[in-house]
Design a protein around this ligand. Sequence first.
Ligand code: GDD
Length: 338
Amino acid sequence: MAQKKALITGITGQDGSYLAEHLLSLGYEVHGLVRRVAFEDPQRRFTRIGHLLDQLTLHPASLESYPSIFSVVSRHQFDECYHLAAQSFVAESFADGFSTMNTNINGTHYMLAALRELQPRCRFYFAGSSEMFGKVREVPQKETTPFHPRSPYGISKVAGFDLTRNYREAYEMFCVSGILFNHESPRRGFEFVTRKITSGAARIKAGLEKELRLGNLEARRDWGHAKDYIRAMHLMLQQEQPEDFVVASGESHTVRQFCELAFGEVGLDYRDHVVQDEQFYRPAEVESLIGDATRARTVLKWQPEYTFPALVKDMITHDVQMMSDRNAAKSQTASEAI
Ligand code: GDD
């Protein structure tokens, strides 16, 4: 069988980097769209894919520029396209709703339009989100649960979901959306609450800081491991029929419980360090999410490997190690200076 070619947008992010690794391990030729600024700052921007660079083909392009996307899609024929790139931080979408909408909605539309024009047989995956459920209409949330987004980010994802479905129905393209609930890992950005907690706990443990300021500790999320969730993305594009799937752990925990576990892992009591701070509350909060991934489990035969405690442990262990590597490097530099 000929080697499959995949294009990933957002390849430098948490999900993109794990997905690239997974597809390479399956024998794919993997291409990525990357903003030009990233090529100018590889040390910082390529941290998650640094170890893969010699196996990837990266193309400079911007989600805000249709010509740049068109140019890449006109030069290479792809079997699968995973559209993961987006402004994905919900709080930032309240600060600048316009740019979140522009990037997320137009970027998805440009990708779909370029594929339709140049290679309509390429299978397309859109990174939908449980944020689309927002003010939830039923518990747990599944594929048929109506959407009620609570942020510009959530609204942009509903628009991307609708665009994806419309290309599937109007042009008979294989276009699907994964409705993924929160998925975390040691590669998670530091602004998201899980990584903020594990990196904060690691800094406090190392004696560098005393407190960690957070917002709503009672918010509930259905947290899984990104490594598990990217496998579901790939499975969705291997089906006979294009269909959307919810991907979730089926368990929900509060931010407070995440703190308790993460601080507990390093022998600390979060109540001695976590301070609630108004500035991290959102104008409209998604209070509670919990997904029902029955269809992913039965149709895709998808099984997550990480439990909630295993996820927390993976993240905190990594951050504590990172802290001790940093300290070791610092004392090495200091002893060289003497
Ligand atoms: N980021 C952050 N920082 N969140 C906090 C904080 C804080 O200091 N304190 C409490 N929270 C609460 C938020 O109010 C929210 O209820 C919850 O923690 C999770 O916030 P995030 O980790 O920022 O993730 P999210 O749920 O808003 O969105 C993530 O998951 C979505 C899938 O449901 C993002 O990855 C989205 O891109 C993704 O679509």
